[in-house]
Design a protein around this ligand. Sequence first.
Ligand SMILES: [Zn+2]
Ligand SMILES: [Zn+2]
Length: 577
Amino acid sequence: MKTSAVVNLLIALFIAVPATAQEQGKSITVFTAKKIVTMDPTQPTATAIAVRDGMILGVGSLQDLAPWLKGSMYTINDQFKENVILPGFIDPHMHPMLGAIAFQTVWITPEPWNVMGHKTPATIGEKAYRATLKKAFDSRDPNAPIFMTWGFSSDTHGELSGRLLDDISKDVPILVLQRSLHEAYINTPLLTLLKTKGLNPNKFKDHLQIDWSKNHFWEDGLFSVVLPFMSSFLLDPNAADPGYLKTRDYLTYNGVTTVADMNTGGTNWELEISALKRNLDTPESPIRVRLTPDVMKLAAALKSPEAAMTLVNQMKQHNTDNLVFNGGIKLFADGAMFSQAMQINAPGYIDGHKGEWITQPSSFVEFARSYWNAGYQIHVHTNGDGGAKMVLDTLQELENDKPRADHRFTVEHYGYADDGTSRRIAKLDAQVSANPFYLFDLGDRYAENGLGFDRAARIAPLGGLASRNVPVALHSDFPMAPAEPLFLAWTAMSRETLSGKVFSPSERLTLDQAIRAITIDAAYMIGMENEVGSIEAGKLADFAVLDKDPYEVGMKGLRDIKVWGTVFRGKVHQAKK
Ligand SMILES: [Zn+2]
Ligand SMILES: [Zn+2]
């Protein structure tokens, strides 16, 4: 009775204050919901949020909001009266461009995928991979100039080479992107095509990350030698834009409203920025992108580290509502987790192969130092305990030489590490943005192949960080993992692998830690905790609209929560079915 009396009073107020068309834009919208989980510890739940101009004015019950509504134009939006509202989810490390590229390819992956209801089954074993590849090629789009596939993983898919791809076609160019997107194989027609674009194999004949006998390119051999000659196809607006828009829909489908592009300019600065502007920086786009420039690639492209830093220094001037630079930059240390190219300390990989450096330690230290000294937030891709050691040695040296408060030095991925590494991260005041999907996807396979059970059980070890108060966030690194924050939260909580085994339960996150890791702590990870990540006065009105409260359903129910859509800056966006 009491509530409805207030509503009547509010409706009376609404009638009492007519608005001109101009004022209409400034009027208040009150979103009411069955429950609002704010992620603000001072007021964990609420039932109403007042929003004006995309900003949250107040949170509480409808009654609590009366002071805002008195004398103001407002409308009550109760379309979520059966729903639960959380802060819009934040994916603090993904790749819009790689999503756009992956969506241009045929997926043949070692794990099953479900993207907005479109399912890709797992392909296991060499025979199955080759048969699926042949079938996919035979039913390819005949108008596409290149046949592209993504997902190859030698640990289950066996051998691959340019010659094997020539057996599939001696005329049609074929590109096979490894699951990590840090490796590729091409056939002879594609090599010929790239030569016409200017690739000169002789210039790179001794490159350590290219095997010309297999047309196999990895890390720098892919990023600096092959991709620059492919970016004009891959990022051509006609080819790329549908992929960007699909990535955007996919994020909304999973309740995401803010992402960090954790490698801006890694392939081609101009093409990437213009693609982001066309597809994500529009009034209809419900995704905010925090840009994180790949400063080493920029330095290489501009042929000058100083020119790269000048460009980065000027980025803030170009900020828009949806494309934001706030002082974070990206560096790389060791190789990819999905390629078993991470640097692993003794006793190393069981088969004796060695990890890779994406950036040689000497240049890593040089770049880290210049951006540390200039006050930037440094995000470092590192996957193995050997990679983490080099990165933390560097951080310690930088701290000794020039101590910095609130530096938020961020370890990205944290693929495999021992507890001593977690302890050291706590000591050095660093933070971790982790990919918990590694454990779910790779735990079983790496226990058999590469690391052995004891070390595979410590993939993405987050409990030992959280218990030492290290800020932890969860990311998809999409397309490395599904961009489904609730699923990522479930993997970090359950530590279940694909086969249903539980690995190192002591490294689990609690429910609250896991939900924080996709909301407020994810915002903190990318320096945006004052704007997003919780539902509080003064923050942007970004919400994820769910059918159930994660805190009520707990770990077991997390994966089954359905996302209705999002609210972005106060505007409602229903997920596309
Ligand atoms: Zn990475
Ligand atoms: Zn990444």
